[in-house]
Design a protein around this ligand. Structure first.
Ligand code: NAP
Length: 235
C-alpha cells in the first residue's frame, strides 16, 4: 500500500492529482493550510486531511507526527505554490519587482519545499520506494526563457520563474544527496486554476497528468530530472 502526501491539495492541480492517486489505490493525505477547505476536499475524494502550511514549521512538524503515527509516507508531492501579483493583477517585472515580492514568493515556493522535504526525510527514508515530486513550471527553464524562439520567452515575470528555477536546483541537489529516492521536477503546463485567474489553456486533468505519472515512478525510474507529459525538459 502506497501512502502519498500532496501539499496544497485542496484545489487545482493538487486536488486533481489526489483524485487520480486515490483512484490508483494510494492512501492520500490532502495537505492544506485551511482546515475547512482541506477537510472538505478530503471528504470529497475519500482521502485523509492533514493541516499543513508549507510556510509554518509548527503545522509541518505536526503533520509529520500525524502521518508517522498512521504508518509513514512513500510519496511526497510538493505542489503548494503561489504566484505573487501586483496591485493591478500583473506580475512583478524587472521594472517593478521588489525584494518583498521575491521573499513572499520564495517563502512558499522554495523555502516551503525545503521545509517539507527536510521534515519528511525520516519518514521517506523508511519507505521501500520513496518518491518526491516537485511541482515546478515551464517558466523555470533558463533555456526556454532565454530562447527568443520559445513561446515562454515573452513572459516578463521575475518572482515566480526564479522561484521555480530554484525548485529545479533543489531537485538536482536532493536527488544527488538521496540516490535511493526518485526526486524529480515536473511542469504541468498552462492550466486553468486560481493561480492564473483561470486563464490557463489546459484542464486540471491535463495539468495533473505528469504529477500523477511521476508520483507513481518505480524504483528504477529516473531521478534528478525535469519532465512534462512529453518527456524530459531542458533546465
Ligand atoms: P491553485 O489552484 O492556486 O492551487 C494552489 C494550492 O496551493 C492551493 O491549494 C493553495 O491553498 C495551496 N497553497 C498556497 N500556499 C500554501 C501554503 N503556504 N501552504 C499550503 N498550501 C498552500 O494553483 P495550481 O495551478 O493548482 O498550482 C499547483 C502547483 O502547480 C503550483 O506549485 C504551481 O506553481 C504549479 N504550476 C501551475 C501551473 C498552472 O498553469 N496552473 C503551471 C505550472 C506550474 P489555498 O486554497 O489555501 O490558497
Amino acid at each position: 500500500m502506497t501512502t502519498t502526501l500532496i501539499t496544497g491539495a485542496n484545489k487545482g492541480i493538487g486536488f486533481e492529482a489526489a483524485r487520480r492517486l486515490v483512484a490508483a489505490g494510494h492512501t492520500v493525505y490532502i495537505g492544506a493550510r485551511d482546515a475547512e477547505r482541506g477537510r472538505l476536499a478530503a471528504e470529497r475524494l475519500g482521502a485523509r486531511f492533514v493541516l499543513l502550511d508549507v510556510t509554518d514549521d509548527a503545522t509541518v512538524d505536526a503533520a509529520v507526527k500525524t502521518i508517522a503515527a498512521d504508518g509513514g509516507v512513500d510519496v511526497l508531492v510538493n505542489n503548494a505554490g503561489i504566484e505573487t501579483r501586483t496591485e493591478d493583477n500583473g506580475v512583478p517585472t524587472a521594472e517593478t519587482v521588489t525584494a518583498d515580492q521575491m521573499r513572499n514568493t520564495f517563502e512558499t515556493n522554495v523555502f516551503g519545499v525545503v521545509r517539507v522535504i527536510h521534515a519528511f526525510l525520516p519518514l521517506l527514508r523508511r519507505s521501500a520506494a520513496p518518491v518526491v515530486v516537485n511541482v515546478s513550471s515551464g517558466l523555470a527553464s533558463l533555456t526556454s526563457l532565454s530562447d527568443p524562439d520559445h513561446p515562454a520567452h515573452f513572459y516578463p515575470g521575475i518572482a515566480y520563474p526564479t522561484s521555480k528555477t530554484a525548485v529545479n536546483m533543489l531537485t538536482v541537489q536532493f536527488a544527488k544527496a538521496f540516490p535511493d529516492m526518485r526526486i524529480n521536477s515536473v511542469e504541468p503546463g498552462f492550466t486553468r486554476t486560481d493561480l492564473n485567474g483561470n486563464t490557463g489553456t489546459q484542464t486540471v486533468e491535463q495539468g495533473a497528468e505528469i504529477v500523477v505519472r511521476m508520483a507513481q515512478l518505480a524504483p528504477d525510474g529516473p531521478t534528478g530530472g525535469f519532465f512534462d507529459v512529453n518527456g524530459p525538459l531542458p533546465w
